[in-house]
Ligand binder design. Structure first.
Ligand SMILES: Nc1ncnc2c1ncn2[C@@H]1O[C@H](COP(=O)(O)OP(=O)(O)O)[C@@H](O)[C@H]1O
Ligand SMILES: [Mg+2]
Length: 246
């Protein structure tokens, strides 16, 4: 299926974000247009201060643009009340950061199921759905381990499973492999790629060109503007077919 036929999951229309006022004004993002369709993984690269994290917080509804429009699954975030926005975030959007924010006193499956429980699911339903999400990242067998009983790469896969548990389809990852060695980082990206292929869409901020190669497209940011967009140098299918996993 070509991208034109797939459902739009995320959209930015002419989005700008200005921090501060007067002499202290910082244009973190300028007139950004970006669309992600179902099954698409887009890497964002750019120097420090270029606006990458601001882009993620706007897409996740954690911050509002100064101008322009953000849509998640066709819904304009500007039309939502604070309460509706919070509900949309809980149900649709998952984040993965370099520091994973896994809760050390909860097992892997409890960590993954937590967003569902916070959203009112029963413990049993949360566990069942969380186990499925752990299967998607090839970690079902470690479901009852605590974070400190897992490797860094395994913990990062738990964070991905939590981000995309249940109905959530939007993954926003800010340098998720930054704390991992490059082989472990690739293993995490391989799992992430397969998960996005099965549904959802993801935006991945990374400094590592090899990790960006797992994406369908790479967007380059500089001073809050998209300077270039390239198809990723190797297709994900080619990487998977070449067994570029570790
Ligand atoms: N809350 C804020 N208040 C003021 N300036 C900010 C704030 N957040 C980000 N900025 C500025 O916006 C620009 C983009 O920041 P950021 O999105 O964090 O970039 P990146 O993630 O690419 O390093 C930088 O100049 C940064 O200093
Ligand atoms: Mg950043």
């Amino acid at each position: 299926m070509n991208t034109a036929e797939r459902a739009v999951v995320l959209e930015l229309r002419g989005v700008s974000r200005v921090h501060g006022e007067g002499a202290a004004e910082v244009h973190a993002l300028r007139e950004i247009d970006l669309t992600l369709v179902e099954g698409e993984l887009v890497a964002v690269m750019g120097p420090s201060g270029s606006g990458k994290s601001t882009l993620l917080t706007l897409l996740g509804g954690l911050d509002r643009p100064t101008s322009g429009e953000v849509l998640i699954e066709g819904q304009s975030l500007a039309d939502l009340s604070t309460k509706q926005l919070a509900a949309m975030r809980r149900r649709s959007v998952g984040y993965v950061f370099q520091d994973l924010n896994l809760i050390p006193t909860l097992t892997a499956v409890e960590n993954v199921g937590l967003p569902l429980e916070l959203d009112g699911a029963s413990r049993r339903t949360a566990r069942r759905t969380a186990l499925k999400s752990l299967e998607d990242v090839e970690l079902a067998e470690l479901a009852d381990r605590f974070p400190d009983e897992m490797s860094g790469g395994q913990q990062q896969r738990v964070a991905i499973a939590r981000a995309l548990v249940g109905p959530r389809r939007v993954l926003l990852a800010d340098e998720p492999t930054g704390a991992l060695d490059s082989q472990t980082g690739e293993a995490v990206l391989r799992v992430l790629r397969k998960r996005i292929d099965r549904g959802g869409a993801g935006l991945l901020v990374t400094h590592d060109a090899r990790h960006a190669a797992w994406a369908d497209r790479i967007v380059f940011l500089r001073d809050g503007q998209i300077t270039d967009t390239t198809a990723s140098e190797l297709s994900a299918e080619a990487l998977l077919a070449a067994g570029r996993h570790v």
